[in-house]
Design a protein around this ligand. Structure first.
Ligand code: CTP
Length: 405
């Protein structure tokens, strides 16, 4: 067995437990290998009842381990040897059962015993029924594992095997493989850094039931927070109303209006090293919020709008040397001109501009493309990719602009 130092590829143990989304784990092996990983698969006994180990063996090119004591009396590699070999342990899907065993140190099969011997980085990707996911026991175990320093990918929302549309869905294999690669590539270079991120839209009430908002889904800001946490930063995410799970490793503060968001950002700004304002904050609010539901009277309703606070502008006098502030510029025309205007007016260290008029990127989409502008006149393009990949490139650029500090 090759020791960790030798060989150029990175070595992944993929733990597979018995969730319906196990079929995605087959594809995950391929996506990991595409990214240069050597993969060894460990399956729980129940997982082998859902997909044959032969499938994982063929896909990984390595024997699959599922038992502490196989036919010959021992598996092809011991859990200790495997721990010395691997650079990373990924468990996908991670069921409620395996999360519980890992959290509490129960070692009654190869995967749970191997976990106790594992000294590498760990990436856990939970997937299960939404009610199970929300159960206090599961959430407590997840908190224990996150506090232990393991990376976790939040389950997505979507249609589950049980027929419900709910939280609990395994993220796409390419997303998991990208997160694994980033975990291996980063050396925790953001450890000790305090990062504040805003995300999502704000809601400005008109009356007791209606509000003004915009099409921001919050996905870009959430990806930025998740990436910073993955790189070891201490992250606070101030979020507008969105339908997303809090990213692991960050403290989330939910807000509603521009004024709420401003209050939460201003109180945290003095302590942060980097602020990324990805929220699509409303520029207008109702001058007077009507009590209750305004009744229909068949006439025109002209609610009077007043300016909402510009959060970034208001932070300019509070900014201290060494702090780095990155704003976003959502543009539908004259991208560069408008973005540079915002960079100057809001005294930013960087502005990430995106063209929100393009179909398929930006607002309410899975993909994005950014152009970064800095006060020295430099311009850097982040080409179209998933919001997670844009977030990763954005942090590379921020860290470089800060001079690696
Ligand atoms: N922003 C803010 N407070 C506001 C509006 C925007 O802090 N009330 C921040 C956004 O989070 C973003 C940057 O300012 O980082 C630019 O936001 P954008 O909506 O692109 O521009 P605006 O300043 O609102 O200008 P305009 O709507 O005229 O383009």
């Amino acid at each position: 067995m090759a020791p960790k130092e030798s060989g150029s590829s990175w070595k992944v143990t993929l733990g597979v437990s018995a969730g319906i989304s196990i079929y995605k784990a087959c594809d995950l092996v391929r996506r990991l290998r595409e990214r240069g990983a050597e993969v060894r698969v460990v399956m729980t006994k129940n997982a082998t009842r859902m997909v044959s180990p032969v499938t994982f063996q063929a896909l990984s090119g390595n024997p699959v381990i599922s038992d502490l004591f196989e036919g010959s009396g021992e598996p092809s590699i011991s859990h200790i040897e495997l721990a010395k070999w691997e650079d990373l342990l990924v468990v996908a899907p991670a069921t409620a059962d395996i999360l519980g065993k890992f959290a509490r140190g129960i070692a009654d099969d190869f995967l749970s015993t191997h976990y106790l011997a594992c000294t590498s980085k760990v990436l856990l990707v939970p997937a299960m029924n939404g009610a199970m996911w929300r159960h206090a026991a599961v959430q407590e175990n997840v908190r224990i594992l996150a506090a232990r320093g393991h990376a976790l990918l939040s389950p997505g929302r979507g249609s589950l095997a049980c027929g419900d549309v709910d939280d609990g869905r395994l993220p796409e294999p390419s997303e998991i493989a990208d997160a694994a690669l980033r975990l291996i590539a980063n050396k925790g270079e953001m450890a000790g850094l305090k990062v504040l991120v805003t995300a999502g839209p704000t809601r400005e009430p008109l009356d007791g039931v209606r509000f003004i908002s915009n099409r921001s889904s919050g996905k870009m800001g959430y990806a930025i927070a998740a990436e910073a946490a993955l790189r070891g930063a201490e992250v606070t995410l101030v979020s507008g109303p969105v339908a997303l799970e809090a990213p692991f490793g960050s403290e989330r503060v939910m807000t509603e209006t521009a004024e709420d968001m401003e209050r939460e950002v201003r109180s945290r700004f003095p302590k942060c090293d980097v602020l990324v304002m990805a929220a699509a904050v409303s520029d207008y609010k109702a001058r007077k919020v009507l009590p209750g539901k305004r009744k229909k009277d068949g006439l025109t309703w002209k609610p009077e709008l007043a300016a909402a606070p510009d959060i970034l502008k208001g932070l300019v006098p509070l900014k201290r040397p060494g702090q780095f502030v990155c704003g976003f510029a959502a543009e539908t025309s004259r991208l560069k001109e408008n973005a540079i205007k915002k960079l100057k007016e809001k005294k930013l260290d960087m502005v990430a501009a995106n063209d929100v008029s393009k179909a398929g990127v930006g607002f309410d989409s899975e993909m994005n493309a950014l152009t970064l502008f800095t006060p020295d006149g430099a311009e850097q393009r982040i080409r179209e990719g998933t919001k997670a990949s844009c977030a990763s490139a954005l942090w590379d650029a921020i860290m470089e602009a800060r001079g690696g500090k």
